[in-house]
Design a protein around this ligand. Sequence first.
Ligand SMILES: [Zn+2]
Length: 524
Amino acid sequence: MARRHGRFSCSSAGSGSRTPSHQTQLGIRCSQGVRRLGTFSPSIVIAKLLLQKLWKLGLDWDEVPPDGLADIWKDWLRDIPSLARYPVKRRVVPHDDEVVFQQVHAFADASTEAYGAVVYLRTVYRDTSVSTVLITSKARVAPVKPLTVPRLELLAAYLLTRLVQSVITDLRLSMQDVYAWTDSSIVLAWLRKSSANLKVFVANRVRATQEVIPGKSWRHVRSAESPADLASRGMSPPELLLSTLWWEGPPWLKSSPSEWPPPLTSPTPIEVPELKHVAYVTSPEVTWELWKKYSSFDRLIRIVAWLRRFTHNTRQIKERLELAKTLTAEELAESRLKLLILSQQESYPELFFEGHADQSKTIPSCLARFNVSVDQNGLIKVSGRVRNPNATREACSVIPLSLKSNLCKLLITTSHYTLSHPGVSILLSVLAEAYYIPGVRNHIKLLSPSCTFCRRVNAKAANQKMGLSSQSRVRRQLHPFAPLVLTSPDRSSCAEGSPLQRQEVQKNGEQAGPACRGLAHLLP
Ligand SMILES: [Zn+2]
C-alpha cells in the first residue's frame, strides 16, 4: 500500500497467471489483503473462503488444489490488481465549520458461508448537502462447525458492534449518533430481549452487543439494500469498484430520515428461536396458613381443636357434642394428626391425591431410600432396613417432615422449650424417635443463639484485665549511680538482692539491709 497525494492506493505483488502450489502461498496472499483498511472486504473474503475450502478438503501442504478451486484462485489473482485503480480518501472527516452533525451507520449481514459488517460516516453540511463515506469494514468466513443463519446473523451484529466501538472512539462521536442496521428480524427480536431469557450462545453475544449498542438503536433493512450483504457473499474486484452501494451505502442514506426504512416497532410475528424453555409446574397449593400466625405448636393444636369442634357442631346440629370447658385428649391428638398431614401435604405434594396420601405415587427423591407407607390415619411414614422383631411395623417407622414447612419449624421450637432448652444431641435424639427431618441438626444449632433463655445461660463471663499499679507503689531511684531498685511500702516486695538479703532487710528494719549497705560506699 502506498500513500500518494493524500489518498491511499492499493497494489498487489502477485501474478495472475501463477498456480498455487500449496496452502501456504494462499495464506500469505490473504494476509496481505487483510492488512488493508478493510475497504475491500467483499473481494478479500473470496480468498478467505477459498482457503477454508482447501482446509475442509484436508489437503497436504504440498498438494495441488483441485482445478475448480485453482481457477477461482487464478481469477482472483488476476483481478485483484484492479483494486489499485480505486483511490481511497484519507480524509473522511471534513472541517468542523462546514458540518452540522455527523452520524455513524453500520450494516451487518450474513450468508451461509461468511458474515460481515461495514460502517459509514454520514455527514450533513451547512448547505443541507449530505455525504456518506465508507469508514471500515470486516468480513469473516463462517465457522467450520455449521451454524444456523440466525446465529451467523448474530455474529455479524456482534462484529458490527466491535467495529462501531472503535470508530466512535477514534472519531470522538457519541453512541447517540449510531444507527445499526440488520436484515434479520430474528436478531432484532433477540436484541430486544433480556439475555437471561436466551440460550447460552445467543445470550452471551446479545449481552455483549447490548452493552455497546442498545436494542432501540437497531433497525431493519432489506438485504438488497444492505452493503454488508456484499461482504457476506463476496464480490470480484472489478464489480466492487463499480458498486455504489458498497462505497456510499444505500441511496436513501443521503436522504432525510423520513425516507429511511421505517423502524420495526415490534418483531415480526415469527417464532423466536433460542429461547430458554421455562417449565411451569403447578402443585396443589395449601392456602390454609393458620400456623404462620402462631409461634407455639401446642397453642396451634388447641386452636385447631377448637375450630374443629366448632365446625363439627355447626354441621351436625342435631348430634351436637357436649360442650366442655376444656378440650379432650382425643380432640388434641386428632388436631395434631391433621396438622402433621397438612404439613406433609405442603412438603410432599406429589404423594397426595385429592387431599389424601397415596404411597403408589411418585416418591420424592429425599424419601427414595426409605420404605414409604401410609398408616391407617392417612399419615405418611418412612422406615429403614432396621427391624425390631419385638415391635410392630408402625413402631419402627417415623413421620417425615420437611423444614420447608413452617409447622415443622414450630414443632422443633416447641420441643426446645418443652424439654427445657436442651443441647443439640438431646433434642435431636428426641425428635428422631418420632420424626425424620432432613437437615434438622443445623436448624437446631441455630435455635440456641435465637433463644433468649439459652443466650443468657450460655453467656460467658467477662474477663477483666489487671489494672496498672499506682505511682505510689512503683517508683524509680533518682540517683544517677543507683541501681534500678523497685521499692514498695511492704519490705518483702523489695525487688533487688538475693532472697537471703531480702530476709535480712526484713530483720534489720526499714533503713539498711545488707544489699543497701553494700552499695552505700559507692555513694558520694
Ligand atoms: Zn432455649
